[in-house]
Design a protein around this ligand. Structure first.
Ligand code: PLP
Length: 357
């Protein structure tokens, strides 16, 4: 079966097999990896290896720290203002779709949010061009989401915001291409797309942004304290971190982010070309701003939506239903989706069109 869910997403089969093999008896110790003490040498090694591999994949410079957080990506919408405002009252936010909007709503609890650019008037179908951004030089940071999972928009460029720290939610395209980490003050991503199972998020943050957070910040939400405690202010999600580490090693074995990038290009092109060629399906996002990971599409006539989903499922093409807000369909094709899965989907799209079009 091919699972096109936006998340929790498919994990590489090779990794799942490894998990199955090692779950019961970790390296002949007679205990499950889930039963290892998080302060013991075995888990410390798992954590250190995961961080080392992530650093190698993304070429993370030495003056950036990595935090393995228990919270989902959403919690950072609070943690970012709590940690990065540093007494300032204003922050810039870019609105490009559902997830960046959620960050804005949460940010408003802490500061004066300046929506420096928005594509709301364009119904989230194209990114606001950088010339339209009205950045505030007094902002504590600039927040944006570089891949809108629901709306299907992706930045393939990095905004130049000068000295103000650039903070990015990369949840749904993290590790699908290499990124110059030094262009960002902070990168964060939830795990359940390209990293591993749900229950973890990753933060990559520049040293100088690690300061005492706002008074009253819950201790687990203090980035600096988490760095000092090596992501272990409390019991970390050991199983999830272990699987994330296996995924990092899998990416390395595939050839690294260059290969993930090339495959993302190949897979998304295949799907978009099929959708564009047809007069039976439609997409809404401007071609230059289309996501390579999350591809929403519709039938011209939605009366066949349920038939489409039923027939897709009978072909083992799973979870293609669009988000409840946008309707239609969405194919999420993260790193673990093999090219063969996209071929199977394309074949089905063409056959469905031949039959009902
Ligand atoms: N940001 C983006 C881009 C997402 O796609 C999601 C979830 O899909 C979130 C944030 C929220 O993540 P979580 O459910 O881990 O809090």
């Amino acid at each position: 079966a091919y699972n096109f869910s936006a998340g929790p997403a498919t994990l590489p089969t090779e990794v799942l097999t490894q998990v199955q093999e090692e779950l019961l008896d970790w390296r002949g110790k007679g205990v499950s990896v889930m039963e290892l003490s998080h302060r013991g040498p075995e888990f410390m090694e798992i954590l250190a290896t995961a961080e080392r591999d992530l650093r190698a994949l993304l070429a993370i410079p030495d003056h950036y720290r990595v935090i393995f957080c228990q919270e989902g990506a959403s919690a950072h919408w609070d943690m970012i203002p709590l940690n990065l405002l540093q007494g300032r009252s204003r922050a810039d936010y870019i609105e490009t779709g559902y997830w960046s909007y959620r960050a804005i709503e949460e940010g408003r609890r802490y500061c004066q949010v300046n929506i420096a650019a928005s594509n709301r008037r364009d119904k989230f179908c194209a990114l606001p061009s950088f010339e339209e951004w009205r950045l505030d030089p007094g902002a504590a940071y600039v927040h944006y989401c570089s891949n809108e999972t629901i709306d299907g928009l992706e930045f393939n460029w990095i905004p130049d915001v000068g000295k103000v720290p650039l903070v990015v939610d990369m949840s749904s395209h993290f590790l699908s291409r290499s990124v110059p980490v030094e262009r960002f003050g902070m990168i964060y991503a939830g795990a359940q797309k390209n990293i591993g199972p749900a229950g973890l998020s990753l933060v990559i943050i520049r040293d100088d942004l690690l300061r005492t957070p706002a008074p009253g910040t819950p201790f687990l939400m203090d980035y600096h304290a988490q760095v000092l405690a090596n992501s272990m202010l409390n019991t970390p999600p050991t199983f999830t971190i272990w699987v994330a580490g296996l995924v990092f090693q899998w990416i390395k074995r595939q050839g690294g982010l260059e290969v993930m990038d090339r495959q993302a290009q190949q897979k998304s092109e295949l799907l978009y070309t099929t959708l564009d060629r047809s007069g039976f399906y439609r997409t809404t996002v401007k071609p230059a701003d289309r996501s390579r990971m999350n591809i929403p599409f519709h039938l011209l006539d939605p009366v066949l939506d349920e038939v489409f989903l039923r027939e897709a499922e009978s072909r083992h093409l799973l979870q293609l239903r669009g988000h409840r807000m946008s309707g239609g369909f969405r194919a999420s094709i993260y790193n673990a989706m093999p090219v063969a899965g996209v071929h199977a989907l394309v074949d089905f799209l063409e056959e469905f069109e031949r039959h009902y079009g």
